[in-house]
Design a protein around this ligand. Structure first.
Ligand code: XUL
Length: 523
């Protein structure tokens, strides 16, 4: 008999860079438990800073795989001590930092299948990894391999068309190619390669867990349209790589029941399911309940834009991933380096260091800024790859300064125009019903959000993203149980709290004369 909704629990784990987090929801989607383990402070024996080791070349960045294993032991013990009743858990899912990879030593599968519940995972899996230090997303030491892969695929754009992204150093395929060269012996000993997400799922499953389509899209190896490994990319990366990776699966798949280790050690039921784990960004998309037409803008140190895309058009900028909640759709991720720090610099220079004066400048200047515009790349931007401050007067002449108030508006309009233009290039289009979901530090500033609303000509809602990867994972665990019978993700999460409406576009925002400049025209 099914337990009542309030009695059932769904767990979402997030193996992120600095910590391992967990969140539990009940069947009514109420968050009933949260917990975490900080790597640096709670596992000091691994001597990480921010969860990673930066090597002497400053380019290689790794994390010890056994630190993640030990963190899970610790977290489950904390949950038990906090009184969490594991027998109420119906399904588990999770996420991991994207792109990082784990190398299981020959024989590890047998070890995983026969875990002794009297010992902790850290003891049991000591000898199970052929590479002790896993390359993570902060690594940028695979430049040569990126060039080789692009050459093999027929160029950067062709590679982007196949895999959703041009070659990026942190993407797993390039890391695998590098490791095969620099750690040939350890590489030879590997019988399976996991992403951080599928590695974590393997621990719960007691067997190798498949890589899901969505996190698999962050490898420069998956053909995002056929959703299978790309032959040309596999061949350019390592021989027989498909055997090492296993077949990818839809992100909504249930991989199987939880391993008997968890049943005997923590009291999980044998019927508890493990739903495929995915990347942290795809899991956040699920946590935000982003839908077709929506765009999420995270306003932090760097600004990140998440998009739901139906027809992808990969370019040299940004990333297109398979969608984690609807296998026929896609999502895109764009990263902008010049975010909060640039807003703070202009606040200091043009608004006396006060956010109130900054907001007043936005209130006192008109939408469209009378044709004055600016693009502010204090440091080399990622999207587009440009640097410097570029200001234009209403006649499109380059000028060296603008009045302080006009400069404040030029900055904010310029930033959001750039977010919109680059989103549209990847296949995003504003449709009736489009919502802009804003999050991060600057999302508490109403005037900034009004500009965001005007530039996208869509209502802006705010959401708290601090635990969105965990929350999305818990939602995905719940959805996993019914996905195969055709129930959509949105059906399952429709009762979750709604984001809050904070700005609606000014009627003038949709006039054809509204600015449409393209920040990438800057040379
Ligand atoms: C995305 C990326 C990071 C990691 C961090 O491409 O590299 O956001 O997923 O956790």
């Amino acid at each position: 008999m099914m337990a009542a909704a309030q009695d059932s629990l769904y767990l979402g784990f997030d193996f992120s860079t600095q910590q391992l987090k967990v969140l539990a929801i009940d069947g009514h989607l109420n968050v009933v438990h949260q917990n975490n383990v900080q790597f640096d402070s709670e596992l000091p024996e691994f001597r990480t800073r921010g969860g990673v080791h930066i090597h002497a070349d400053r380019l290689t960045v790794t994390s010890p795989v056994l630190m993640w294993v030990k963190a899970l032991d610790l977290l489950l013990d904390k949950m038990k001590r906090a009184g969490l009743d594991f027998s109420r858990v119906r399904a588990v899912s999770g996420s991991g930092q994207q792109h990082g990879s784990v190398y299981w030593r020959r024989g590890a599968r047998e070890t995983l299948k026969r875990l002794d519940p009297d010992q902790d995972l850290y003891q049991l899996l000591q000898g199970s990894f052929s590479v002790p230090d896993c390359p993570v997303w902060m690594d940028c030491s695979s430049r040569q391999q990126c060039q080789d892969l692009q050459a093999a695929a027929g160029g950067a754009l062709r590679l982007a068309e196949i895999t959703g992204s041009r070659a990026f150093e942190r993407f797993t395929g390039n890391q695998i190619a590098k490791l095969r060269l620099t750690r040939a012996e350890q590489f030879q000993e590997a019988e399976r390669i996991s992403l951080v997400s599928s590695f974590a799922a393997s621990l719960f499953l007691g067997d190798y867990a498949a890589i899901d389509y969505s996190d698999g899209s962050g490898m420069n190896l998956l053909d995002i349209r056929t959703r299978n490994w790309s032959e040309v990319c596999l061949e350019a990366t390592a021989p027989h790589l498909d055997r090492l990776l296993g077949a990818p699966v839809p992100s909504t798949s249930v991989l199987g029941p939880v391993s008997s280790y968890f049943v005997h050690r923590y009291g999980f039921l044998e019927s508890c399911r493990v739903a495929a784990f995915t990347g942290d960004n795809p899991a956040s998309l699920a946590g935000m309940r982003l839908q077709q037409g929506d765009v999420a803008v995270s306003l932090g140190t760097s600004d990140t834009v998440f998009l739901w895309i139906q027809q992808p058009r990969p370019t040299l900028e940004g990333h297109v991933f398979c969608n984690p909640v609807d296998w026929q759709a896609y999502m895109a991720l764009l990263c902008f380096k010049n975010g909060s720090l640039t807003r703070e610099r202009i606040r200091n220079e043009c608004a006396g260091g006060s956010w109130e004066h900054f907001s007043a400048a936005l209130r006192d200047t008109p939408l469209g800024n009378n044709g004055n515009m600016g693009f502010y790349f204090d440091t080399m931007e990622i999207t587009p790859p440009a640097v410097g401050v570029h200001r234009f007067d209403p006649d499109d002449n380059k000028v060296s300064s603008l009045s302080p108030q006009v400069e404040v508006r030029a900055l904010v309009e310029g930033q959001f125009l750039s977010r919109r233009v680059h989103a549209e290039r990847l296949g995003y289009s504003i449709i009736p019903g489009t919502r802009v979901l804003a999050t991060g530090g600057a999302s508490s500033n109403e005037e900034i959000l009004q500009v965001l609303s005007d530039v996208f000509n869509a209502p802006v809602y705010t959401i708290d993203l601090s635990n969105s990867a965990c929350l999305g994972s818990a939602y995905r665990a719940l959805h996993g149980l019914v996905a195969e019978s055709g129930v959509s993700f949105f059906e399952v999460v429709k009762k979750a709290p709604e984001p809050q409406l904070v700005a609606t576009p000014h009627p003038a925002a949709q006039e054809p004369s509204a600015p449409t400049a393209d920040s990438s025209d800057i040379t």
